[in-house]
Design a protein. Structure first.
Length: 219
Protein backbone atom coordinates (compact mmCIF):
# COMPACT_ATOMS: atom_id res chain seq x y z
CA UNK A 1 0.00 0.00 0.00
CA UNK A 2 1.18 3.56 -0.72
CA UNK A 3 2.66 5.34 2.33
CA UNK A 4 2.96 1.99 4.15
CA UNK A 5 3.56 2.43 7.85
CA UNK A 6 2.17 5.97 7.84
CA UNK A 7 -0.39 6.91 10.46
CA UNK A 8 -3.21 8.69 8.67
CA UNK A 9 -4.42 11.78 10.50
CA UNK A 10 -6.60 13.47 7.89
CA UNK A 11 -9.43 12.48 5.54
CA UNK A 12 -10.32 14.70 2.59
CA UNK A 13 -13.68 14.16 0.93
CA UNK A 14 -14.81 15.18 -2.51
CA UNK A 15 -18.41 16.43 -2.36
CA UNK A 16 -20.34 15.43 -5.46
CA UNK A 17 -20.64 11.67 -5.73
CA UNK A 18 -18.99 11.02 -2.36
CA UNK A 19 -20.98 12.89 0.29
CA UNK A 20 -24.09 13.49 -1.78
CA UNK A 21 -25.08 12.95 -5.39
CA UNK A 22 -25.65 16.29 -7.05
CA UNK A 23 -24.37 14.95 -10.35
CA UNK A 24 -27.90 14.68 -11.73
CA UNK A 25 -28.55 18.35 -11.00
CA UNK A 26 -25.30 19.30 -12.76
CA UNK A 27 -26.29 17.18 -15.73
CA UNK A 28 -29.78 18.67 -15.96
CA UNK A 29 -28.42 22.22 -15.69
CA UNK A 30 -25.82 21.64 -18.42
CA UNK A 31 -28.41 19.86 -20.54
CA UNK A 32 -30.77 22.83 -20.28
CA UNK A 33 -28.00 25.21 -21.35
CA UNK A 34 -26.84 22.97 -24.20
CA UNK A 35 -30.40 22.64 -25.52
CA UNK A 36 -30.74 26.43 -25.52
CA UNK A 37 -27.53 26.63 -27.58
CA UNK A 38 -28.66 23.79 -29.90
CA UNK A 39 -25.58 21.79 -28.95
CA UNK A 40 -25.76 18.02 -28.57
CA UNK A 41 -25.15 16.88 -24.99
CA UNK A 42 -25.80 13.51 -23.37
CA UNK A 43 -24.86 11.54 -20.27
CA UNK A 44 -21.76 10.08 -21.93
CA UNK A 45 -20.37 13.55 -22.58
CA UNK A 46 -21.39 14.52 -19.06
CA UNK A 47 -19.03 11.85 -17.64
CA UNK A 48 -16.12 13.95 -18.91
CA UNK A 49 -17.23 16.88 -16.77
CA UNK A 50 -16.89 15.15 -13.39
CA UNK A 51 -14.26 16.77 -11.20
CA UNK A 52 -13.70 19.50 -13.80
CA UNK A 53 -14.23 23.22 -13.21
CA UNK A 54 -17.28 25.01 -14.59
CA UNK A 55 -15.47 26.89 -17.37
CA UNK A 56 -13.53 23.79 -18.41
CA UNK A 57 -16.82 21.87 -18.49
CA UNK A 58 -18.33 24.55 -20.71
CA UNK A 59 -15.37 24.28 -23.10
CA UNK A 60 -15.96 20.52 -23.42
CA UNK A 61 -19.63 21.13 -24.26
CA UNK A 62 -18.92 23.92 -26.75
CA UNK A 63 -16.62 21.63 -28.74
CA UNK A 64 -19.77 19.92 -30.01
CA UNK A 65 -21.11 23.17 -31.41
CA UNK A 66 -19.95 25.31 -34.32
CA UNK A 67 -20.20 28.77 -32.79
CA UNK A 68 -17.26 30.70 -31.35
CA UNK A 69 -17.85 32.55 -28.09
CA UNK A 70 -15.82 35.35 -26.51
CA UNK A 71 -14.43 34.97 -23.00
CA UNK A 72 -17.13 37.34 -21.75
CA UNK A 73 -19.85 35.23 -23.37
CA UNK A 74 -18.37 32.04 -21.90
CA UNK A 75 -18.44 33.50 -18.41
CA UNK A 76 -22.04 34.54 -18.97
CA UNK A 77 -22.98 31.01 -20.10
CA UNK A 78 -21.14 29.40 -17.18
CA UNK A 79 -22.96 31.71 -14.75
CA UNK A 80 -26.27 30.93 -16.45
CA UNK A 81 -25.70 27.20 -15.96
CA UNK A 82 -24.82 27.87 -12.33
CA UNK A 83 -28.07 29.79 -11.85
CA UNK A 84 -29.99 26.77 -13.15
CA UNK A 85 -28.01 24.50 -10.82
CA UNK A 86 -28.49 26.70 -7.74
CA UNK A 87 -32.23 26.69 -8.30
CA UNK A 88 -32.24 22.90 -8.55
CA UNK A 89 -30.13 22.26 -5.41
CA UNK A 90 -32.62 24.14 -3.25
CA UNK A 91 -34.37 20.76 -3.11
CA UNK A 92 -31.41 19.10 -1.32
CA UNK A 93 -31.98 18.04 2.31
CA UNK A 94 -30.12 15.84 4.85
CA UNK A 95 -32.04 12.92 3.33
CA UNK A 96 -29.73 13.27 0.30
CA UNK A 97 -26.57 12.38 2.23
CA UNK A 98 -25.19 9.15 0.78
CA UNK A 99 -25.28 5.95 2.91
CA UNK A 100 -22.57 5.59 5.53
CA UNK A 101 -21.27 9.15 5.29
CA UNK A 102 -22.71 10.42 8.60
CA UNK A 103 -21.52 7.34 10.49
CA UNK A 104 -18.06 7.71 8.97
CA UNK A 105 -17.85 11.41 9.87
CA UNK A 106 -18.97 10.74 13.45
CA UNK A 107 -16.45 7.91 13.88
CA UNK A 108 -13.62 10.04 12.49
CA UNK A 109 -14.47 12.85 14.89
CA UNK A 110 -14.48 10.42 17.81
CA UNK A 111 -10.98 9.36 16.79
CA UNK A 112 -9.93 13.02 16.47
CA UNK A 113 -9.12 12.60 12.78
CA UNK A 114 -9.22 15.91 10.92
CA UNK A 115 -11.69 16.03 8.02
CA UNK A 116 -11.99 18.37 5.06
CA UNK A 117 -13.97 18.80 1.85
CA UNK A 118 -12.21 19.45 -1.46
CA UNK A 119 -14.75 20.47 -4.08
CA UNK A 120 -14.28 22.43 -7.32
CA UNK A 121 -17.86 23.66 -6.96
CA UNK A 122 -18.39 27.28 -5.94
CA UNK A 123 -21.63 26.07 -4.37
CA UNK A 124 -19.97 23.57 -2.00
CA UNK A 125 -20.85 25.46 1.17
CA UNK A 126 -24.45 25.93 0.03
CA UNK A 127 -24.82 22.22 -0.63
CA UNK A 128 -23.20 21.28 2.69
CA UNK A 129 -25.46 23.75 4.49
CA UNK A 130 -28.55 22.23 2.87
CA UNK A 131 -27.32 18.80 3.94
CA UNK A 132 -26.82 20.00 7.51
CA UNK A 133 -23.09 19.20 7.33
CA UNK A 134 -21.53 22.65 7.00
CA UNK A 135 -20.20 22.66 10.57
CA UNK A 136 -19.09 19.01 10.49
CA UNK A 137 -15.83 19.64 8.66
CA UNK A 138 -12.65 21.22 9.96
CA UNK A 139 -11.92 22.87 6.61
CA UNK A 140 -13.63 23.35 3.26
CA UNK A 141 -11.87 24.07 -0.04
CA UNK A 142 -13.97 25.26 -2.96
CA UNK A 143 -13.23 26.92 -6.30
CA UNK A 144 -12.78 30.31 -4.63
CA UNK A 145 -9.64 29.12 -2.81
CA UNK A 146 -7.73 27.59 -5.72
CA UNK A 147 -6.34 28.60 -9.09
CA UNK A 148 -6.13 25.15 -10.68
CA UNK A 149 -8.88 22.55 -10.86
CA UNK A 150 -8.48 18.78 -10.70
CA UNK A 151 -6.42 16.84 -11.83
CA UNK A 152 -4.00 19.45 -10.48
CA UNK A 153 -3.23 18.47 -6.86
CA UNK A 154 -3.63 22.05 -5.57
CA UNK A 155 -7.09 21.53 -4.08
CA UNK A 156 -6.01 18.52 -2.01
CA UNK A 157 -2.76 20.16 -0.94
CA UNK A 158 -4.78 23.21 0.12
CA UNK A 159 -7.09 20.95 2.15
CA UNK A 160 -4.14 19.21 3.85
CA UNK A 161 -2.65 22.58 4.72
CA UNK A 162 -6.03 23.74 6.05
CA UNK A 163 -6.29 20.84 8.49
CA UNK A 164 -2.54 21.04 9.25
CA UNK A 165 -1.78 17.45 8.25
CA UNK A 166 1.09 16.43 5.98
CA UNK A 167 -0.20 15.21 2.56
CA UNK A 168 1.43 11.80 3.07
CA UNK A 169 -0.68 11.40 6.21
CA UNK A 170 -3.95 12.13 4.39
CA UNK A 171 -6.49 9.92 2.65
CA UNK A 172 -8.44 11.44 -0.24
CA UNK A 173 -11.83 10.07 -1.30
CA UNK A 174 -13.05 10.70 -4.84
CA UNK A 175 -15.45 9.40 -7.48
CA UNK A 176 -13.88 11.00 -10.57
CA UNK A 177 -10.84 10.16 -12.66
CA UNK A 178 -9.56 13.74 -12.41
CA UNK A 179 -10.03 13.66 -8.65
CA UNK A 180 -8.12 10.42 -8.19
CA UNK A 181 -5.25 11.78 -10.28
CA UNK A 182 -5.20 14.90 -8.13
CA UNK A 183 -5.02 12.84 -4.93
CA UNK A 184 -2.24 10.65 -6.31
CA UNK A 185 -0.25 13.69 -7.45
CA UNK A 186 -0.66 15.18 -3.98
CA UNK A 187 1.07 12.11 -2.52
CA UNK A 188 -1.96 10.95 -0.55
CA UNK A 189 -3.60 7.54 -0.29
CA UNK A 190 -6.42 7.56 -2.85
CA UNK A 191 -9.78 5.89 -2.30
CA UNK A 192 -12.07 5.71 -5.30
CA UNK A 193 -15.80 5.16 -4.91
CA UNK A 194 -18.31 4.31 -7.60
CA UNK A 195 -17.56 3.04 -11.09
CA UNK A 196 -14.35 0.92 -10.89
CA UNK A 197 -13.38 1.87 -14.44
CA UNK A 198 -13.60 5.58 -13.64
CA UNK A 199 -11.46 5.33 -10.50
CA UNK A 200 -9.16 2.53 -11.66
CA UNK A 201 -6.02 4.51 -10.74
CA UNK A 202 -7.07 4.67 -7.07
CA UNK A 203 -5.04 2.80 -4.44
CA UNK A 204 -8.28 1.40 -3.01
CA UNK A 205 -11.61 1.04 -4.82
CA UNK A 206 -14.96 0.86 -3.00
CA UNK A 207 -18.49 0.62 -4.28
CA UNK A 208 -19.56 3.37 -1.86
CA UNK A 209 -19.09 4.45 1.77
CA UNK A 210 -22.01 2.46 3.14
CA UNK A 211 -19.57 0.49 5.31
CA UNK A 212 -17.57 3.09 7.31
CA UNK A 213 -15.12 0.42 8.50
CA UNK A 214 -13.70 0.30 4.95
CA UNK A 215 -12.12 3.68 5.72
CA UNK A 216 -11.72 3.35 9.49
CA UNK A 217 -9.64 0.18 9.06
CA UNK A 218 -7.09 2.21 7.10
CA UNK A 219 -6.39 4.52 10.02
Amino acid sequence: MKNKGIKYKGIIFDLDGVITDTAEYHYLAWKKLADELNIYFDRKINENLKGVSRLESLEIILKNGDKVFSDEEKHYLADKKNDYYKEMIKKITPQDILPGVCDLINNLKEREIKIAVASVSKNAKTVLDNLGLLDSFDYIVDAEKIKNGKPDPEIFLNAADGIKVEPCCCIGIEDSKAGIEAINRAGMLSVGVGNPETVEEADIILKDLSNPSDILNLI
